[in-house]
Design a binder for this molecule. Sequence first.
Ligand code: BGC
Length: 772
Amino acid sequence: MNDLTIAEKASLTSGASLWTTKTVDRVGLPSITLSDGPHGVRRQIVGGDHLGIGQSIPATCMPPAVALGSSWDADLLRGVGAALGTEARSLGVQVLLGPGINIKRSPLCGRNFEYLSEDPLVSGVLGAALVDGLQSRGVGAALKHFAANNQETNRLRVSAEVDERTLREIYLAGFEHVVRHARPWTVMCAYNKVNGEYASQNHWLLTEVLREEWGFDGLVMSDWGAVDDRVAGVRAGLDLEMPTSGGITDAQLVEAVRDGRLDPELLDLAARRVIALVERAREAQPDAVRPAPAGASRFPHAGTPAFTKAYADAQAGGGVAIAVEGAEEHHRLAREVAGQCAVLLKNDGVLPLTPSASVAVVGELARTPRYQGAGSSQIIPTRLDDALTELRALARTDLPFAPGYRLDGGEPDQALLDEARAVAEAADVTVVFLGLPEGEESEGYDRTHLDLPAGQRAVLDAVTATATRTVVVLSNGGVVAVSEWDANVAAILEGWLLGQAGGGAVADILFGVVNPSGRLAETIPLRLEDTPSYLNFPGDPDEVRYGEGVFVGYRYHDAVNGEVSYPFGHGLSYTSFAYSDLAVSVRGTDEEIEVEVAALVTNTGGRHGREVAQLYVSAPSATVRRPVRELRGFTKVALEPGESAEVRFTLTYRDFSFFDVVGGRWVAEPGTARVHVGASSRDLRLSAEVTLDVAGRRPVLTPDSPLGDWFADAAGRTALLGWMREPSRFLTDDYVKTIGSIPLSRLARFPGSKIDPDGLDELAARVRDDRP
Ligand code: BGC
């Protein structure tokens, strides 16, 4: 650092290209490569872009986040992270741009396929596991998009207007979990503004919350093009602007230091963090991260053999051979993972199919899979399995197929409909593949409705009008409404987007080779109009108001006791599970309180299966309106028929708390809480009461505090009554209730007041000083 000039420091804190940091050859500082992410490695070779359009080297396309979230399985995500790390490393990538853990505020968000859940605990725990796995291979994560990036509409200018409690409890909580538990190398700030200030120059977010409160010790980079005012960014705690700005904003930094607008120490801090990241990467990948040899290509560390070969192939004008390490093994892993992610929403017993059953397959998506979303996360898979081929491989009979609809046109096509009806009529069971065609959801824009294309609906209606039993398999990155046709079908498998081996995983589940164990990480509403952000999504061009507050997803549906198609946490299995032996014990008081919860889960059916035991807490609250219950723990257990396993959870003070904006801290209030263990937010099997021995919220009393606050505080009440002239009339509760909202200082000025206005400061100070 001491050897660097101001200009060199400034230049270090922005990218050299779309995907690399700068070198400082004079001091032997190499550059590192960053690459999208998150569900595969998008290592670009020629003509880069950040929107998934340009070519990239084939790599394993794991199930995207929408599917991974439904696994509710941290170990599984750790394994996915490790595989991604191996591939990234073999392609000379030091930071993979993911995971994305933004909350699914509305089912309409075009990028929901890249996010894990509507719940911060699911996002946080699974996000942390993925980061763990990735970083265990010496590849850094970029936790994104920090923060409140919950829509694509106007994403580069809109201000997410969110109250602090909602931010803390919903939109920041997942990030906090990952930062505290998995220590990601980097965090990527979001495009949008948060409460009027760009995330890229938001000091409160990037420095006060992220670093000072959560202890983040890595680097903050911008999303690609998220920098508005670079100087303000560095002041706020933004370390690296990506991609390159062609030197324009570097010069602005130098000028700001020279004319005193930017403290040189802040520039030093950012440059130091870039160097620290490069050093971290060099330690983890010594062969790849080294100063470029003289005359090297523009990829300074094309040092890995795999990348060099792919690069040479591309330069030679031929196709790029699969060069990534572990491709075969990772394809198998991708199939196994996908099998744990798909969610069986409904099953009247038609599934699993027997290999000799008379089955027809309908739907273009069976043959032309949709397996990932569009935009920056889009990668070139090493292979692609389609469900039709995989189903035929597992069936012992011929499986007739009719495409039913075209993916490029939404409207019904009579000839295709007739053909579909004919194959369905001849089969006992018809598996209909439906979903969202590629153009219906993408990074860059949001959806406007939850419906399937009309042509697909028409095929489904044609099939269900026959005598066949209908199984629907869905391929969609964001939720689609099922309520209009749900009752007409025998089973629904929500396949989300399952990655390159998803076709095989779907076949495994339909034929019972794999017992489905995915659970919904987001609610499937009856109608779009039922969703909590309906009236405030996507807001105005410049501003979106998070009017639903903390009531996001099931927190809303459960609070209004509204009917949904399938609740958060729901998912069926081919076996059944029973819950018993709930045991709850409490240790400690106040912030030291710990509640141990244990329960027994038993596989009561006839097959091996996996159950996700979910722990919800209903906490008492006198101060603020809180969700009816919130997920505070989950664990996935694998059980043989007849086998039982104990699931255990430890709840802490924070698990019973809300964020008290006045006091600026987490507060659990005294009273009776309930803990529930069950199989979804609407399928609570066991519950018990817990008495919380905690102090609750303690407003700091000042002369301007309302009378009600003084009376609600035991010490404040005693002190005030002792100090009033004729306190007696204040002793009736109704009177205090009526005037309780009036600040003490104003009450004291009323004619005939019994409160002496002089000395209120002293009284307040006395109460504060007497506190333990
Ligand atoms: C996306 C990021 C991505 C970056 C680089 C941006 O448009 O929001 O998620 O990592 O581009 O491609």
